[in-house]
Design a binder for this molecule. Structure first.
Ligand SMILES: [Zn+2]
Length: 255
């Protein structure tokens, strides 16, 4: 057993006894791991009190037999807004839970780690109206990283180039666009995508996050891409965070 140093984000926490917390971390060096934050419930007096959901720190951890223990913490980003406002919390919870479900223990994934760190930081600094945009970007990038990005330019059935027009059928089950020929001879479950919506889906999936801005996309387009990426994650990867229902409750209350 040894100590090691790693950057990590806090995915969730539980109270443990009178004064400690059990936390789930997503670390840069070792993927997902559980650790005990000693004295975390005693508040500010202990540096462990900094280990709050969605916060980002550099840790020195001691790996015990089953759980890790925190030896030292250096904060990188507290992302406080994500805990102080219910809307922000709902969105950040969904992001964290996707990572908790998709991330593996004892297996580093730099790309997944960076995606989590960047999206939580962006959400913490975002306007409320931009949260849906960042969740949508997160889901599209998660699909890409997990190897099931929607096929847009070529037909998922025959492989031919699809002539993208103003109503191209896109099937979650088939994994993307369907060309005219294949579509007319079969019955697929589908959603029609306009050229603009396809372009937005393509851009959100493939462009660098730094190149994407919320105001480049209309709300209706975002809603549609949010829905389709969510269906992809459920159908192809069985990823459906419980916190999604909390998010949808909050969203309904706001409408
Ligand atoms: Zn086809």
């Amino acid at each position: 057993m040894a100590t090691f140093e790693t950057e990590a984000l806090v995915l969730k926490q539980f109270d443990l006894g009178e004064s400690d917390r059990l936390i789930t971390l997503y670390t840069r060096e070792k993927g997902k791991l559980k650790a005990v934050a000693k004295g975390a419930r005693k508040g500010n007096k202990s540096r462990s009190g900094l280990v709050l959901p969605f916060s980002y720190h550099n840790f020195i951890l001691y790996q015990g037999k089953s759980l890790a223990k925190i030896n030292h913490i250096e904060s990188i980003a507290m992302n406080s807004k994500l805990r102080e406002d219910l809307d922000y919390m709902a969105y950040a919870s969904v992001v964290s839970e996707y990572i908790e479900r998709a991330g593996l223990e004892e297996e580093a994934d730099q790309a997944l780690f960076s995606l989590l760190a960047v999206i939580l930081e962006k959400m913490a600094q975002a306007q409320k109206e931009e949260l849906l945009f960042y969740l949508t970007v997160f889901k599209a990038k998660l699909l890409l990283l997990l190897g099931v990005k929607p096929e847009i330019e070529n037909c998922t059935v025959c492989g031919d180039k699809v002539n993208l027009n103003n109503s191209t059928p896109l099937s979650v089950e088939e994994g993307g666009s369907i060309c005219k020929n294949c579509f007319k001879n079969n019955s697929y479950k589908f959603t029609l995508f306009s050229l603009n919506e396809m372009r937005a889906l393509y851009k959100i999936t493939f462009a660098e996050i730094s190149q994407l801005k919320a105001d480049q996309f209309g709300v209706q387009i975002l809603e549609k891409i949010n829905e389709v990426t969510e269906k992809f994650l459920i159908y192809h990867l069985d990823l459906k965070p419980k916190s999604l229902s909390f998010l949808y409750t909050i969203r309904k209350m706001n409408n």
